[in-house]
Design a binder for this molecule. Structure first.
Ligand code: C2E
Ligand code: CA
Ligand code: CA
Length: 661
């Protein structure tokens, strides 16, 4: 969508010439000759940007933007003025009323560039924050509270669960909806984000509250009911006849102790259950669950049992099994009744199940754990389209636990404590000098110790925290570079890794530009390393994003070249300045003639395209010599230096010229 821009100026000639310029650039434009007229227009028009004169009779530009901000805080206000006095500029910038002050007379292309930046800023402002996204999209019952426990927002799942509308919850203390809970206990839970809280809600249901995420002054909590709704009408009595979790554990305990063959627990739930629930409503869904229970029960053979866990979740117990194959066979027989659609509420419903299982005594000999592991495998199975049965693996448990812990630790590390930057020199093969360096993030956690970026960056990319962390890396890098220059150290540029998710964030370029000017760093002193895999995912999008960054003047490097598509043809299609050959290409170099030929060709072609070539992961003198013969421009690797702390890197820079070859 093209942005709509409102131009306000009391001089008709100025208004006309701005209108012509901006509408020719492809924007929708509306104009007003006074603040009052602008406000009247805004009542019927939605605009993204306002470009206003400063000095106007009756209402000045500042007052206009102030009035707009009250109703439409996301609209980006630009002030264009020849004689804006200093105090007014400072006031309106500091209070966030105006996004920028621009000078009259203007230069056409610079003004249009500012409008592009304002567009990005608008997109950034209009983007919902993490909590809003979670509240909109999550199927879990979520509520947002302030640190004192006052409810700020809730999602639809929660109002449904509590059968209260949002208005009766907003601004109320959460403790009012929980029974017999000392305020102190709730306060403790809110402070300690790693904890969970078990209590009764106002409907006398047992619930578990846990922390989902936190922002300054806003905590997002997840509320889970521990037991299903007990009110089933008479023909729904079936579920209460089934074994419950506790009885299942007693039974499993007996089977495991008998030591006659294998005992298995399989946990299953209905795939896409929430969709079915939405389509049928609660009551009919409950009937459906009962039907499922009936059908499963009819399939049971001696030594097999059905357990009702909660919601749409069941467990099947198989005893005295010879081997895993026998277990799988029994599972598929149990589920065979669902091979065809079943008739429910006058319609045909095809049910699919997510199923995971665990085996005693192989996976564990504790009944509770057997069920827990089966449940974990069941959840891991959720995204699998092929509906196979998932066996529990210790590795799932370990990696789930670790990912969860790391994600949580990142959330609690909102001040970026424990993060630091390392610098790995990039050496010129022409003169052996350190010309540039790559910035690599390090994280030293007070309890978990040092955690590799290869581990935590992908997690931060998945849960969105990379945006905050990436910005921190950029700011620190720029401030370090500024510091290097103050110390008189010679360094052409720093390379910073950015993840695809950061690049896609609206306003990334604008933010980068602001930081560059704050630290007085020239754009060409920064190179952004973007991975080949990301760039190739959507070539058109990559082109747009990279072109915008290129316009700012920063350099772009294609990182990890050789691990993905590695098509040289793509190099011609994207605005990039450097290719970074991945370590995997270099490792084979000394031993493999074929790979030598390939690397030589890549370098030659890249040079034809005017691209700089850096090779990374150089560990031996031989690799370095080969690359020099091949005309590679820069190298980086342990052979010269591991990534260094700032202090060590500065010491190395001071010893220039470097004593390499
Ligand atoms: P990368 O961008 O490919 O970075 C190069 C990695 O190779 C670094 O690992 C570096 O320490 C290592 N390395 C350098 N020379 C040699 C060598 O001669 N031999 C061997 N075996 N390894 C070498 P590191 O620091 O563990 O970083 C891993 C990855 O984490 C990086 O791979 C990058 O993708 C990501 N990363 C690190 N810092 C950041 C950051 O600030 N932002 C983002 N988005 N990603 C980052
Ligand atoms: Ca890199
Ligand atoms: Ca790399």
């Amino acid at each position: 969508m093209q942005s709509k821009i409102l131009i306000v100026d009391d001089e008709a000639a100025v208004l006309r010439s701005l209108e012509r310029l901006i509408s020719r650039a492809g924007y929708q434009v509306i104009t007003a000759s006074s603040g009052a007229q602008a406000l009247a227009l805004l009542a019927d028009n939605t605009v993204q940007i306002i470009l206003s004169d400063f000095r106007m009779p009756l209402m000045c530009g500042n007052e206009l933007l102030k009035a707009v901000k009250k109703h439409s805080p996301q609209v980006v206000g630009l002030i264009l003025s020849a004689y804006a006095d200093f105090d007014a500029v400072v006031e309106s910038l500091n209070s966030g009323i105006a996004y920028k002050f621009l000078q009259k007379p203007w230069t056409d292309h610079l003004l249009l560039a500012e409008i592009q930046l304002a567009e990005l800023e608008y997109k950034r402002r209009a983007q919902p924050d993490l909590h809003t996204q979670l509240l909109i999209s999550s199927q879990d019952a979520l509520l947002e509270v302030d640190p004192q426990g006052q409810i700020l927002r809730v999602n639809a799942a929660l109002t449904k669960l509590w059968q209260l509308d949002g208005n009766s919850l907003y601004q109320q203390p959460l403790v009012n909806f929980l029974l017999e809970l000392p305020t102190e206990q709730l306060a403790q839970f809110l402070i300690h984000q790693q904890t969970t809280l078990l209590c009764l809600d106002h409907q006398h249901h047992e619930i578990e509250l846990s922390h989902r995420s936190s922002m300054p002054n806003q905590l997002l909590l997840k509320l889970e009911r521990l037991e299903p709704l007990p009110q089933f009408s008479s023909d729904l009595s079936n579920l209460s006849n089934l074994l419950n979790h506790q009885q299942a554990c007693q039974l499993l305990d007996r089977y495991i102790a008998e030591q006659r063959g294998l005992t298995a627990a399989a946990v299953l739930d209905i795939d896409n259950f929430s969709l079915i629930n939405d389509a049928l409503g609660y009551y009919k869904t409950d009937l459906l669950i009962n039907k499922v229970a009936n059908l499963l029960q009819q399939q049971l053979e001696p030594g097999q049992h059905l357990v009702y866990l909660s919601g749409d979740k069941f467990a099947l117990i198989y005893s005295h099994c010879a081997d895993e194959m026998a277990i799988q066979l029994q599972i598929s027989e149990s589920l065979s009744v669902f091979d065809n659609p079943l008739m429910h509420d006058d319609r045909l419903v095809q049910l699919n199940f997510n199923l995971g299982y665990a085996i005693a005594p192989i996976d564990t000999i504790t009944p509770e754990k057997l069920l827990k592991y089966a449940n974990l495998a069941c959840r891991t199975n959720r995204n699998n389209q092929h509906h196979f049965y998932m066996r529990f693996e210790q590795a799932i448990l370990d990696s789930k636990k670790q990912q969860f812990e790391i994600s949580n630790a990142l959330y609690s590390n909102i001040d970026n404590n424990g993060f630091s930057l390392n610098f790995q020199p990039k050496i010129s093969l022409t003169d052996g000098k350190i010309r540039q360096a790559e910035v690599l993030l390090r994280w030293n956690h007070p309890k978990m110790g040092s955690i590799s970026p290869a581990l935590f960056i992908p997690i931060a990319e998945r849960d969105g925290q990379i945006i905050r962390i990436g910005l921190w890396v950029i700011e620190q890098s720029l401030s370090t570079l500024a510091d290097f220059y103050h110390q008189g150290l010679e360094l052409e540029r720093l390379s910073i890794n950015v993840s695809g998710r950061q690049l896609q964030e609206p306003g990334f370029g604008a933010e980068l530009q602001q930081l560059l000017s704050r630290y007085q760093i020239k754009p060409e002193q920064i190179e952004l390393e973007v991975t080949e895999t990301y760039l190739m995912e959507d070539l058109q999008l990559s082109y747009t994003v990279l072109s915008q960054l290129h316009q700012i003047g920063v350099r772009i490097s294609m990182d990890d070249f050789g691990t993905g598509y590695s098509s040289l043809a793509y190099l011609t299609k994207l605005p990039i300045d450097e290719v970074k050959l991945d370590r995997s290409l270099i490792t084979e170099l000394s031993s493999d003639l074929q790979s030598q030929g390939m690397v030589r060709n890549i370098i030659r072609m890249a040079h034809d395209l005017n691209l700089v070539v850096t090779a990374e992961g150089i560990e031996t003198q031989e690799q370095q010599q080969l690359l020099k013969l091949m005309d590679c421009d820069l190298i980086q690797g342990y052979y010269y230096s591991k990534p260094l702390t700032k202090k060590d890197f500065v010491a190395m820079l001071k010893q220039q010229p470097f004593a390499g070859e």
